[in-house]
Design a protein around this ligand. Sequence first.
Ligand code: SAH
Ligand code: SF4
Length: 443
Amino acid sequence: MNLHESEKLAGMLEALGVIETNEQSEADIILINTCTIRKNADNRAIGNLGYIKTIKEKNPKLIVCVFGCMTQAGDSAKELSKKFPFINIIFGTHNLYKFTDYLSSALEDKRIIEIFDNSGDKAKEVIEGLPTKRVTGVNAWVNIMYGCDNYCTYCIVPFVRGKERSREPELIIDEVKKLLVMGYKEITLLGQNVNSYNAIDKEEKKVNFANLLETLAVLPHKFRLRFMTSHPKDLSDEVISVIAKHDNIPEFFHLPVQSGSSRVLELMNRKYTKEHYLATIEKIKKAIPSAGFSSDVMVGFPCETEEDFLDTLDLIEKVKFHNLFMFVFSPRDGTKASEMDGQIEKNVSQDRFNRLEALQKKIALELAKENIGKTYEVLVDEYDEIKSRLRGKTASGKIIWIPLKPENEDKKLQKSDLEKHLGEFIKVKVTSTRNTNLYGEII
Ligand code: SAH
Ligand code: SF4
């Protein structure tokens, strides 16, 4: 979501004729897009601002802009403006579309601090038609909805991103069609909770996420249709069957579980139990035997006991995720969980994190080995010039490295030899693994 917003902000700058530089010291404008999901994201933004201060001291004309979730959280905008008086523009996610106006004001030496009141009617507004400078190669992100109404007790997102709102289906379909014509090979639909997509089309018909997937999947191009993120409580049978039906929707499910303890899940307000989650996985495996899974897991949530944690390890053992994003609970001001009794000591959380990480590593190694000898269709999405190899992604999100050799042994492969494969779908047989990395050859 943040990456895609950076693409929009970059698109607005590009439309103004602003040119990108990789040297911060050469820049006339520096924009930080912040995240605030965990404390370390805040710390990173603050660290960057400390460094930018030294640049601004040398170049007082530099326009410093701070955008994003962090500015929307509690009193953050005020605190940032006090602590870093050299910032010219502070603006929240709802105000993204005003960036160009803010820049004009900053050029007239005005200071702008504009964040959004998420409680008002305007919080339901969706702004369309912003230019986008896409940077993600063969993949293009497409927002289908914004905000979140779930209020998981640990999560700051509903407070900083506002109410759930879906984009009009026609606008999404139109954007995807254009991207396919432009040559993008992978479309990733974005929303905090894509399964809650809920809109009405021009003919007054209700459109849910399954309907939207179905319409997009049959567009006449060779491409993959991905999405993130799915809340396990909302994944419907209808969505599972649409995925099973269409070859171009990867049989891969990112289903954040957060914890394997039903008691902790209730405290988190996740609205499912360990048993329900495992039953959902089984249901998917039945409908799609080759399905792959990834998840987000958190340790050290308030009141989490050793027994709760063992429940999480048990769930991880049972599902065997291909990929796991692991976090230590980070209390966020304004959320319920930050005020709960039973906050867990840092060393206990860290110990649990280490054990979780070790288990996942063991599982990932086992899963990697199971791929040897198997053939997959991969989409080439990157290359490594130094090691002369292509990077391909399978439908289930596995990365396979494909070393290339020059046809003539005496010649070296050129960048263009690798580059020309970007966006190709090729069949690859996995021949070896190193740690969890897969290596293969084109067949
Ligand atoms: N909308 C997505 C998740 C967005 S946040 C969903 O519901 O799945 C991405 C991940 O960050 C979450 O799944 C959660 O595991 C983690 N996260 C969110 N708040 C956190 C917090 N306060 N401390 C630690 N991890 C957190
Ligand atoms: Fe946060 Fe829960 Fe919404 Fe995901 S579903 S963004 S974790 S509140």
